[in-house]
Design a protein. Sequence first.
Lengths: 148, 136
Amino acid sequence: MPVNPELLGRVFAPAPPYLVGREKVREFARAVRATSPLNYDPGAASAAGYSDVVAPPTFAIVVQEATLAQLLAEPDAGIDFSRVVHGEQRFSYTRPIVAGDELTATLAVTSIKSLGGHSMVTAESSIADATGAHVVTTISTLVVRGEE
Amino acid sequence: MRAGDVIVGDVVSERTFELSRDTLVRYAGASGDFNPIHYRDDVAASVGLPGVLAHGMLTMGLAVQPVVDWLGDRGWVSDYQVRFTRPVLVGGADGATLAVIAKVGVVEDGTARIDLTVMVGGETVLGKAQVRVTFV
C-alpha cells in the first residue's frame, strides 16, 4: 500500500504532555557523550541563566517520538514501519529545553513526495511549553521504501 | 566571544568518537528507540541489512557535541539539521569510529552557521549537516 497522499496537510491532536526530568536529561547527555556542565549541573545551568539542566540539542527527538507514533498508527496513512528509513532531521529552537519543562507536541504532515518508487513524508512537530510558548519545531523526513 | 570573533573557514573543533554495541544500547535506553536493528545481528540480517546500525539520531547527537563544547555558555544551538546519507555499521568486535570536523560556514547578526563533516572509514555519513549557533 502506498503512502496516502491525503495525509498532506493533516494536523493531529496534541500528544500527551511530556515532563522533562533532570535525570532523563543527564542520561541522554551521557548517551551522546555531552561534557558541558550545563547538561548535568543545576548550579552551572543556573549561573548561565537557565532554571535547570539544559537538554542537548537533539533531545527534542524524545519528545517528538509520541507524535511519530501517532502518524504510524493512523489507520489510513499507508506507512509500513518496517519499510521506513530516517532521511532527514532538523530542530529549530526558540529556546533550549530545560528540565522541568512540560512540553506538548503537535504533529502536522507538511510534505509528501514520490521519488523513484519511494515516498518521502515530512512530519513537523511543533513543541510548546506549559504556557503555550513555542520551544522547538522538529522536522523529520521519512523515506518509505516502495515494494521491490 | 561574539559572532565578530568567529571567522568563516575556521575549524572550531575536530574530534573522533568510538562507537561500540554498548554505545548503541545506552542510546536506545536514553532515547527510547528500541528498534532491534540497533543491537541484534539476527534482526538486522532478517531485514536485509549488512549488520547492526547505529541510530541515525545517535550519530546526529554525537556530531553536534564538538560544537556544543566549543560554545560553552557563550551561546546555544538554535537550529540543527542533517541528512542521513549512509548507514553507520557497528561491528560487535570492532565497533566504528566517527570522525567530526566542525568548520565555520557563515557568520551574521549574532549567529553563525557551523558546517559539520562527519565520516566513518573515510566516507561521509551525514549530508548538509549544519548547526546554527546563537551567541548570548
